[in-house]
Design a protein around this ligand. Structure first.
Ligand SMILES: [Zn+2]
Length: 74
């Protein structure tokens, strides 16, 4: 059975890698591997039901965390 290790993504060009490293002079952001159907795989919808971002929640959480902030949950 494969271990759940996640992956790294470049927040500038979205290149992905299995190993940590730099891309575009920035540290790539670590993302957990998520199970199919996980809420964080979906785009962020606000309380009014409007789309807040086309980016999925896992990406926003990872980028905010890399910036030292916690992504606000609904
Ligand atoms: Zn890049």
């Amino acid at each position: 059975m494969r271990e759940c290790i996640g992956f790294y993504i470049c927040p500038v060009c979205f290149a992905v890698s299995e190993e940590a490293g730099e891309h575009h002079d920035r540290q790539m952001v670590h993302c957990d591997e998520l199970p199919v159907g996980d809420e964080r795989l979906k785009p962020v919808i606000n309380k009014e039901g409007d789309l807040e971002s086309h980016a999925p929640r896992w990406f926003l959480e990872a980028v905010w965390e890399a910036a030292g902030m916690e992504f606000p949950s609904k």
